[in-house]
Design a protein around this ligand. Structure first.
Ligand SMILES: [Mg+2]
Length: 145
């Protein structure tokens, strides 16, 4: 079964539109359309940067925790590379070309970029920063799979 290595913030839900720095709306965050079904029907491993307790709480509120095959929380984006290397030929889904896409490509995976949220316009800085596919939102991708 194909494994998907999936980012959380601004990939499976709109961090930019649903949360501010106070996190006061945390209990109301909702995944993008189609994401929940996709995660139930596919082997999804979540790889996210941030505070472990907060990221796990987001997964629970989004309703994605039970269907996840694994959840890895790292403290810096570049640590995603070591996690990505644990999985053979996977598909990486993310919103940052300087994180999921760069380290996904470097780890030899197929990469899909969603140009959503505050990092949608990051510049291409290295030869590894372009994804195999690009969409405005993960919903377009999951409805096509
Ligand atoms: Mg993200």
């Amino acid at each position: 079964m194909q494994t998907y290595l999936v980012d959380i913030d601004d990939t499976v839900y709109s961090r930019t539109e649903q949360l501010d720095d106070t996190l006061q709306n945390l209990m109301n965050i909702k995944p993008f359309s189609g994401v929940k079904n996709f995660c139930t029907e596919h082997d999804c491993v979540f790889v996210t940067t941030g505070d472990p307790l907060l990221q796990m709480k987001k997964m629970r509120i989004l309703g994605l925790k039970k269907s996840a095959s694994a959840i890895h929380v790292v403290s810096e984006n570049k640590q995603k590379f070591s996690v990505f290397k644990l999985y053979p030929s996977s598909i990486v889904l993310g919103n940052r070309r300087d994180a999921e896409i760069r380290y996904g490509n470097l780890a030899g995976h197929y990469t899909v970029l969603f140009l959503h949220g505050k990092y949608a316009n990051l510049p291409i800085e290295t030869e590894h920063d372009c994804a195999n596919e690009e969409y405005d939102c993960i919903s377009e991708y999951v409805h096509k799979i």
